[in-house]
Design a binder for this molecule. Structure first.
Ligand code: SAM
Length: 315
């Protein structure tokens, strides 16, 4: 029922009045309830400080410790909100050893909050290892929802939200990136990637080669920040638009949904084209490859690398 509350001694989310249908109950004394022991995964803003939730602030204030990806970065947030909870570093390079230490404290009944530099911990950020260790040790794990770049880019992208896959970052190396793109499902689902600004042009080129110049793409840049921007359109146009800028800056989410029946220019394999030319025009493999490269508008070495990738995939 609206305004109903339910209580339990075991779960943090149930030790407090629980609001249904977004009603604000006068019986909501959240800020007075002590935090239950356990691991709290606290989402923090991805740009706009107003995106911190009341619950996140309460948890950060009441926790025994905050494990931070970068203590200096989080300290700015804590200072802004006048929070004095002690912090400890928990990042990619000490995830394993720090997880053990934090787990020991959790087993003694501590309330530990985990935050990343921005957004939701565990999403292309540290957190997962500690979560699995806590679960295995029977410790309660509480998600404290909030900002996430992928989901916010998705909901404003105009692309299908019905079915989507979040892939994190694409590989930095071109060959590996192309392989990932080529293997994406073409089932109408939206694919979401994080991308660095200095790689976005190369990635768009790879996308164009893989799915064709008309492939519709959405880019969410600097979400929730002063210079928030959405670009939506054919990959070739977005690439030209960004290439015309002196420099592409900021944080980027890239989204697209390869059309189900979109054959794309490179679904025909280079190996098949080369073999066809060798047979029909009695060309050597080298000359056939040269011709295929020319017809596809790519360099000989790129065509050769692509041929090798195709052969590796068949092995
Ligand atoms: N855990 C974070 C989250 O929940 O979104 C993501 C952390 S990941 C290390 C950082 C990447 O997320 C950035 O390189 C960018 O691709 C994306 N990102 C983070 N903040 C963003 C923003 N404000 N606008 C666009 N993309 C953002």
């Amino acid at each position: 029922m609206p305004g109903d509350v339910c209580f339990s001694r075991t779960s943090e989310s149930r030790t407090r009045p629980f609001l249904f249908f977004m009603t604000v109950s006068p019986a909501n004394h959240d800020q007075d309830s002590p935090l239950a022991p356990g691991l709290y995964l606290v989402a923090t803003p991805i740009g706009n400080l107003e995106d911190i939730t009341l619950r996140a602030l309460r948890v950060l204030r009441s926790a025994d410790r905050i494990a931070c990806e970068d203590t200096r970065q989080t300290q700015k947030l804590l200072n802004h909100f006048g929070i004095q909870t002690p912090t400890i570093s928990y990042h990619l390079h000490n995830e394993g050893s720090r997880a053990e230490e934090l787990l020991a404290q959790l087993q003694e009944g501590s309330r530990i909050a985990v935050v990343s530099d921005a957004g939701t911990p565990g999403i292309s950020d540290p957190g997962h290892e500690l979560v699995t260790a806590a679960i295995a040790a029977g410790i309660a794990v509480f998600p404290i929802p909030g900002a996430n770049a992928a989901i916010n880019a998705l909901i404003a992208s105009g692309l299908s939200t019905e079915s989507f896959t979040f892939h994190g970052f694409l590989p930095a190396k071109e060959g590996q990136r192309r392989t990932v793109l080529e293997q994406l499902a073409r089932d109408g689902a939206t694919h979401i990637f994080y991308e660095a600004p200095h790689r976005i042009l190369d990635t768009l080129s790879d996308l164009q080669t893989t799915f064709g110049a008309a492939q519709h793409v959405a880019i969410g840049r600097e979400l929730t920040k002063l210079h928030e921007e959405f670009l939506r359109g054919p990959v070739s146009e977005l690439r030209s638009q960004l290439a015309a800028r002196a420099v592409v800056r900021g944080e980027i989410v890239l989204l697209f949904s390869p059309a189900q029946n979109d054959a794309g220019p490179t679904t025909r394999s280079i190996a098949a084209d080369v073999a066809a030319l060798m047979q029909s025009e009695s060309l050597s493999e080298k000359d056939a490859l040269k011709r295929v490269a020319r017809e596809r508008g790519i360099g000989k070495s790129e065509a050769y690398r692509e041929l090798q990738r195709e052969q590796n995939r068949l092995r």
